[in-house]
Design a protein around this ligand. Sequence first.
Ligand code: AG3
Length: 277
Amino acid sequence: MIWFTEYWTDNVGLTVKADEVKKIRSKYQEILVLDTPEFGKMLVLDGLVQTTEKDEFIYHEMLAHPAMIMHPEPERVLVIGGGDGGTVREVLKHKSVKEVHLCEIDEEVVIVSEKYFPSISEKLRDPKVKVFIEDGNSFLEERKDYYDVIIMDSSDPVGASEVLFKKEFYEKVKSSLRKNGIMVAQTESPVLQEKYFSKAFSEIRKVFKNVGVYLAFIPTYPSGMWSFTIASDFVDIKDISINRERVKELKTKYFCDSIYACLFALPRFVQEILKKS
Ligand code: AG3
């Protein structure tokens, strides 16, 4: 038995008891799989908690569904990062989807997830899914004007993920989207990572015409309050009356009609951060 701590900042962290720990060193990072009594299995990359069996549904549903609902008919979807497969699983709940590409830089994350997190990675072998072990940056360059929805399921903007939060990268994302295309990204905690959050938002806004921010409550991520930024040049993403009837058809545990109805309701301090960004 050990106690594991993710240091959220120099001054605060999340500590969990783990009965068992597996440590795998990949080409890119240190991967931990912790067996915790409170959150079930927990996946940690370079010391940062990525997902747990208990609360993964919140993040994966909230990352995938708003963009998928807002698109008139999403057929081709790309997930960048997200090697655990949770986002892919949610994307496949939408009937119009014909193909899902997952572009993950670290093959070991996919292998570990298939081995230890079957309920999260269960759909990675679906015939509609193709997994590419590649760098997101070069992957996009080869696929212009192709996707309906692109989902950025990255880690924090440090190390290999840093480039995924820059304007140049969002430009590539934009040119890989076809008409009516929508992008969504996980954009960190407004409470404990205000700089990351505000920077990601301002970089996305430089590239896309319509941009919106929404939140979800994820117990195992820094501060628990987490942000997502959704953007499109075509779809008026702020109009949440679009395709609302499709929300009820989804089998979900967090995302639902009442959350969609007030998706962009933000606490005043978050509105202030965005205004300054
Ligand atoms: N990607 C977002 C993880 C960010 C967590 N940050 C942290 N713990 N400091 C998760 C990937 C799950 N598919």
